[in-house]
Design a protein around this ligand. Structure first.
Ligand code: F3S
Length: 401
C-alpha cells in the first residue's frame, strides 16, 4: 500500500502516539481490503458513543487516544450518546451511568470532536457534497450519505472512524471505488407509499428479500415518484438494518441513479409485501403500549413542528420521547415548538435515542413510526413494538390511538 511521506510520518509516530495508533488501524484495514492508497477525507461521523455500548474498555481507549495527543484533522461529529447530556435526570438515567457517559463525551471533546450526538449529522452542520470522500459510521447516516447525497463512505466502525478523524485519511476500497457503487438488482415497487412508516416497511421488505436471496447487491429501486428527506432517512435506516446495505439507487430521486441502467436481475415489492412488513412490526396492542418514541433517525425541524401542531392543547398519557439533535432542538426553542411539546408532558430526549439509552426493563411495549427502532427495541430492550404512521404515534401518546 502506498503511503505519502505525511502518512509515513504518522505511522512512524513522529506526530504523536494517537496519530500513530490511528494510522496503524487504517493501514491494517487497507491491507486487509487491498487498498492501494489512502484518501483524504472531508468529514467524519463517529458511532459507538453510548457508554451502554462502550463500557469501561471503550472509555479507557478513548481517554488513551485523547491523552496521546489525538486531535481531529477534519470536521468530525458524534452519534447519539446514552442520554441527554443536559437533561439526563429528567429521562430517568441513573447518575452512575451519567458520570461515565460524560467522561466519554469529554474524551471526544478533548480530541476536538464536535459533540453533536446525532445520527442525522447532515441536518446538524456535517453536510457533505456529492462526490465528497468521507468516513462515516452509523449505518443509517452512511446509507443516506452514499445514496441520497452521493458522497462516498464505507460503513466505518467506531475505531476506524476515529482513526480517520485523527489522521484525515481513509483507505481507498469498497464504496470509494466507482465499480463497487453499481447496482446489482432492480427492485420494482408496485405499492403506494405515504409516510415514514411505509418507507421503513419498504426498507424491511427489500432488505429481507435480498437477505433471503443471499444477495448483498446494491438495489436499483424503481416505481417511486417522490420521497421527502424524512421518508428517505427512514428508508435508509431500515434497509441498513434489515438488509445490511450501505447504499441504494432510486430512479429519479437519488443523484447517481441516472448513471446506471436498471440491472436485468429483478424482483417486485407489492402492496401485500409492504403490508406484511408493517404487520410484522405490530405485536403490541394500544393498551399494552407504555412508551412512545419518535425520532429514529433523529427528527428534522419539520417533524418537530408537526409534533407540536398535533400536541397543541393536549396532554400525553404515556412516556413520550422526542429524539433529535441539539441544533434542531435549538431551532424548536426559537420557534416556540418546545414550549408546546413540553406543556403536553412529552419529553425531548436530545443527544440520545430509545435504542442507545439504558432503558431495558423500564418499559414493556413501544409505539414508533420507525422500522429500525422496532428492530432494536425488541432485540436490545425486549420491548414489544407497534409500528404506526407518524401522526398516529402522537395520537396514541395522547390516548386517541
Ligand atoms: Fe439514530 Fe438511534 Fe435510530 S442512533 S438511527 S435514533 S437507533
Amino acid at each position: 500500500m502506498h503511503l505519502t511521506p505525511e502518512e509515513q510520518s504518522m505511522l512512524a509516530g513522529e506526530q504523536g502516539k494517537a496519530s500513530q495508533k490511528a494510522m496503524q488501524i487504517l493501514e491494517t484495514l487497507g491491507r486487509i481490503y487491498g487498498a492501494e492508497r489512502m484518501l483524504p477525507v472531508k468529514s467524519v461521523q463517529i458511532a459507538g458513543v453510548s457508554y451502554d455500548n462502550l463500557g469501561d474498555a471503550g472509555l479507557d481507549w478513548l481517554a488513551e487516544m485523547a491523552d496521546g495527543g489525538g486531535r481531529t484533522r477534519v470536521l468530525t461529529t458524534l452519534n447519539p450518546a446514552g442520554m441527554d447530556i443536559e437533561n439526563w435526570d429528567r429521562l430517568g438515567i441513573p447518575p452512575e451511568f451519567a458520570e461515565k457517559q460524560i467522561l466519554v463525551i469529554d474524551a471526544f471533546a478533548r480530541m476536538g470532536v464536535i459533540t453533536t450526538c446525532t445520527c442525522t449529522p447532515y441536518l446538524a452542520g456535517n453536510t457533505p457534497s456529492p462526490g465528497d470522500t468521507i468516513a462515516w459510521a452509523e449505518s443509517s447516516a452512511v446509507c443516506y450519505a452514499n445514496s441520497v447525497i452521493g458522497a462516498r463512505t464505507n460503513r466505518e466502525g467506531g475505531p476506524s472512524a476515529l482513526a480517520a478523524a485523527l489522521t484525515g485519511r481513509t483507505p481507498e476500497y469498497g464504496l470509494h471505488l466507482e465499480e463497487n457503487r453499481q447496482p446489482g438488482v432492480t427492485v420494482d415497487v408496485q405499492a403506494r407509499l405515504s409516510g415514514t412508516a411505509d418507507f421503513g416497511a419498504l426498507g424491511k421488505a427489500i432488505g429481507e428479500r435480498l437477505e433471503s436471496l443471499g444477495r448483498r447487491a446494491i438495489p436499483y429501486i424503481t416505481g417511486i415518484d417522490s420521497a421527502s428527506l424524512e421518508q428517505l432517512k427512514s428508508f435508509c435506516a431500515s434497509i441498513a438494518t434489515y438488509g445490511g446495505l450501505p447504499m441504494f439507487h432510486m430512479q429519479g430521486i437519488t443523484p447517481e441513479a441516472g448513471d446506471y441502467t436498471p440491472p436485468a436481475e429483478r424482483f417486485t415489492i407489492t402492496a401485500a409485501d409492504l403490508d406484511a412488513a408493517r404487520q410484522s412490526l405490530v405485536d403490541a396492542s394500544p393498551a399494552e403500549v407504555d412508551f412512545v418514541s419518535l425520532g429514529c433517525p433523529h427528527l428534522s425541524i419539520d417533524e418537530v413542528a408537526r409534533i407540536a401542531d398535533l400536541l397543541r392543547g393536549k396532554t400525553v398519557t404515556k412516556e413520550f420521547w422526542i429524539t433529535t439533535s441539539r441544533p434542531v432542538k435549538a431551532l424548536a426553542d426559537q420557534m416556540g415548538y418546545t414550549g408546546v411539546i413540553e406543556t403536553s408532558g412529552a419529553k425531548f430526549a436530545v443527544d440520545t435515542c430509545c435504542v442507545v439509552a439504558p432503558i431495558r426493563g423500564r418499559f414493556h411495549a413501544m409505539s414508533t413510526d420507525s422500522a429500525k427502532a422496532c428492530y432494536y427495541a425488541y432485540s436490545k430492550n425486549r420491548f414489544k413494538t407497534r409500528l404506526l404512521d407518524f401522526d398516529q404515534v402522537v395520537r396514541e401518546a395522547v390516548g386517541e390511538g
